[in-house]
Design a protein around this ligand. Structure first.
Ligand code: SAM
Length: 270
């Protein structure tokens, strides 16, 4: 399995072997919550729509697609110069050029140097994760190159938006894979990072309703989420498969295998 250059809470890197058999053939693959892109790099569709609400993430992907050499240079010199983590973090938080290559490089730097690769912003939109304790820092050059190659090898639309924007535009034959922030029936289990704002049960119901409409138009929807009664209730019209995955990163440091579900809803089920 190929691994993304980013560490990401909720990354599907270890679940790929269990997920792939549930992804049907199709021409266009839509990921409304692309995150670190582990599903993107391990699948082979003719074209992709990759969406995330996190503007820094999509900025990095745009640089990887449009100017790999420049992004690699910028990121490598940042890693090599061994700056103080908190200097980089405050430069990142004070920068006004939100689409710059410097900001993209700083985002990769913060991801590799912060605590557990967690991506979390405060209400003001500032990245607020502290430094991690790392014996050595890996510069993911090969993974960056591989990701860039995949981005330029097929038509890929990169979208920085709420998931609704891309799901509403799906049509017959599209395959939509959703890996949203998980909801829990236990309030303590919710990770509210990635972007400012909360992803709660109401947002998950909104996602469900949009997916049902998309399937009525002839798309197929696949979702990942945690295995709990609230999720099962919301996705009660989906075919549910239980999976157990080693966690790559848990926001709370819990590394016990996570009980998850994969839900599938196809046009013949409506
Ligand atoms: C569990 S992660 C996806 C991980 C990805 N499948 C992987 O393997 O790396 C969830 C993603 O949803 C994004 N997200 C959160 N709220 C969103 C929203 N309203 N619309 C679109 N993306 C959102 C987060 O920024 C995060 O990257």
């Amino acid at each position: 399995m190929k691994k993304s250059f980013l560490k990401w809470v909720g990354s599907k890197s270890r679940l790929i072997p269990q997920l792939l058999p549930h992804l049907p053939g199709g021409k266009r693959f839509i990921e409304p919550f692309v995150g670190a892109g582990n599903v993107f790099i391990n699948t082979n569709y003719d074209s992709y729509v990759l969406c995330d609400k996190n503007c820094d993430l999509i900025n990095v992907y745009r640089w990887l697609r449009d100017d790999l050499a420049r992004l690699l240079n910028e990121t490598k010199s940042l890693f090599d110069s061994q700056p103080d983590f908190y200097d980089v973090r405050s430069r990142f938080n004070n920068s006004t050029l939100l689409l710059s290559v410097q900001r993209a490089a700083e985002f990769i730097y913060l991801n590799r140097h912060c605590f557990n690769g967690v991506c979390r912003y405060n209400a003001k939109g500032e990245f607020n994760v502290p430094i991690g304790s790392h014996k050595s820092i890996y510069f993911p050059k090969d993974e960056l190159i591989a990701f860039s190659n995949k981005l330029i090898s097929v038509p890929v639309e990169l979208v920085r938006a709420d998931f609704s924007a891309v799901i509403e535009n799906t049509t017959r034959g599209d395959v939509i894979y959703c890996d949203p922030p998980y909801i829990s029936d236990d309030e303590n289990g919710i990770f509210t990072g990635y972007t400012p704002g909360k992803f709660d049960a109401e947002t998950t119901k909104r996602l469900h309703n949009l997916l049902v409409s998309a399937v009525r138009r002839g798309a197929t929807a696949i979702i990942s989420n945690s295995n709990n009664s609230l999720v099962r209730e919301i996705f009660n019209d989906f075919e549910i498969y239980e999976v157990s995955a080693a966690r790559s990163i848990a926001a709370n440091g819990n590394r016990k295998p996570a009980k998850e579900i994969i839900g599938v809803f196809t046009p013949d089920m409506v």
